[in-house]
Design a protein around this ligand. Structure first.
Ligand code: NAD
Length: 240
């Protein structure tokens, strides 16, 4: 799959992965867009906005609890594991839009969660914030300060955590290879990261069974699942 770029890939040093929901699809976590995406069944604006949450926190929490249970039970797949393994050969940073924590569980050490985490729960009022893997018996869950708790995920209309976003720009601007995996690149500002990489002259590769908004501008498009393509990419990097 990657033979046309094999020599350049072997010589590269800093690899950045920009990952999205598609990399976790083979772990049994549905994507939002694309074939079988959740947005084909649900209306995003009714479930993933701050307004929707305050209008009906119980409904939003029911949806999140179901997704949390599924994500907590899920396991990293060959795609996550190949990225983690690549750290033995190259400097690797993972800029992920995913909220499922599977890159960290696969062993990647430099993971930047642009859209937060579904495992971390925070208070809508006080500074309480903690990773919680058990399910809540009453929804919405209430903080000790008596205000509603929420998942620490970034909803539509909310800003990204600024320290993480600044690091993401820095890494994208200094990598020599950027691999975009399982992301439709429909969500801003994460979809600007390839532009920063291109300005640094990086090689751009996308791994996605479907075309994306960046397809026309990348050096290589691999139309395959992440779980199939990434172990093969790893083997190219391993050849010395
Ligand atoms: P998206 O749902 O917009 O797009 C998913 C992409 O993955 C599609 O382009 C699809 O063609 C591709 N895809 C599907 N199966 C694949 C596979 N096996 N291998 C490789 N690619 C595959 O996802 P996105 O771009 O990450 O979008 C945005 C939002 O979705 C993010 O904010 C993220 O927080 C949220 N999200 C996260 C999760 C998760 O944490 N696992 C799951 C669903 C949605």
């Amino acid at each position: 799959m990657f033979e046309s770029l094999a020599d350049k890939l072997k010589d590269s040093k800093n690899i950045v992965f920009v990952t999205g929901a598609g990399i976790s699809q083979k772990s049994g976590i549905p994507t939002f867009r694309g074939k079988d995406g959740l947005w084909r069944k649900y209306d995003a604006m009714k479930l993933a906005t701050v307004d929707a949450f305050y209008e009906n926190p119980k409904l939003i929490w029911e949806w999140y609890e179901e997704r949390r249970r599924n994500i907590i039970a899920a396991k990293p797949n060959a795609g996550h594991l190949a990225i983690a393994e690549l750290e033995k050969f190259k400097t690797v940073h993972v800029l992920t839009q995913n909220i499922d924590g599977l890159h960290q569980r696969a062993g990647s050490t430099k993971v930047y969660e642009l859209h937060g985490s579904i495992i971390t729960i925070k208070c809508t009022w006080c500074d309480f914030k903690d990773a919680i893997t058990s399910s809540f018996s009453e929804l919405p869950p209430i903080c000790k300060c008596k205000n509603i708790l929420r998942p620490d995920a970034v909803w539509f209309g909310e800003p990204l955590p600024q320290d993480i976003w600044q690091t993401a720009i820095q890494q994208a601007s200094s990598c020599d290879v950027m691999v975009m995996v399982g992301t439709s690149l429909a969500v801003s500002p994460a979809n600007l990261l390839p532009v920063y990489a291109k300005q640094n002259g990086a090689i751009l590769i996308e791994v996605n069974p479907e075309e994306t908004m960046m397809s026309a501008n990348v050096d290589l498009s691999i139309r395959s699942s992440a779980a199939r393509a990434l172990p093969e990419l790893l083997s190219v990097f391993q050849r010395q």
